[in-house]
Design a binder for this molecule. Sequence first.
Ligand code: ATP
Length: 360
Amino acid sequence: MATVTYDKATRVYPGGDKPAVDALDLQIEDGEFLVLVGPSGCGKTTSLRMLAGLEDVNSGRILIGDRDVTNEAPKDRDIAMVFQNYALYPHMSVADNMGFALKIAGVEKSEIRKRVEEAAKILDLEQYLERKPKALSGGQRQRVAMGRAIVRQPQVFLMDEPLSNLDAKLRVQTRTQIASLQRRLGITTVYVTHDQVEAMTMGDRVAVLKDGLLQQCDTPRRMYDHPDNVFVAGFIGSPAMNLLDSQLTDGGVSLGDSVLPIERSLLGATKNSTVTIGVRPEDLKVDPTGAGLPVTVEVVEELGADAYIYGSTPTGGADKPIIARVDGRRPPQKGETVHLIPEVGHVHLFDKTSGERLGA
Ligand code: ATP
């Protein structure tokens, strides 16, 4: 087991005009499950491949434990990767697939058998060891791919969207299995996904990337409650946080016809007369007195206990979309206008220009 350190690690692809990964600084603890998440093209896979040694590091360093591996060959790094396309050898049995890397490394047959059996036990694959991959379900094949990584007893697991070939239900099951397996084995893991729900449910910490730049690295709870900028605020959470531009007025920010009181000290850093306010759908409440944001309900999504209303509110001469969670037993009707007011203490404020969080 080991820590992993990205120290200003940068990758510029040949011909690229800007870095795919730009001065990435990350310290991953021994045994930690760290998830790299972000939209397509943000540099997740490149970051993982740099750690694997499959991509050059143009500046900065990568360390595994105290060892600078920046220029080490992939095979010397003591890592094991699980890919999206887990590409099992079709002509080999499950046991041979799982033990193949050890065979190549010259590990003794009896030792290979022992490790394969141990991994099969952990992964509930014991009864399939002699089968060929084509006689397995998608989920079982995925577990064989995990087994292949486990038998190598690496210092670090690297996983690149390992669940994306599975259907939605299996994906949910398998993500729980991987997360609990990782905790049991205690092997430092870096996991790439574009799915923020996967990131939030699996990671000890989540690192959000955008355009090759690290935006925030935090526990899922902290990331949700305290996004450092507008991008993270909008990216983490489903349905997404409502983000609205709002005028600063005496004592607060204007919201429809009312003023939302905000402590002046929170706004200290901004020079603009407009701020971006962020409120999660569950933190908007219907106000029976008609104060707050007037929202015309366009769609009501009933989920049983809760319902989400999707509507719009007029701000700055245009209609802005708004989502709010409401009581599933008494949802407003489509076409109705409701007034929504944020819960005190659950309003996020961001600088309009930089997008950075204002206040604590
Ligand atoms: P996705 O979720 O779509 O897989 P990602 O976040 O993993 O995306 P990367 O694959 O790391 O993103 O790509 C980061 C950037 O680097 C993108 O702009 C991509 O076009 C570029 N890129 C990736 N691989 C290469 C390459 N081999 N040569 C040149 N540019 C590349």
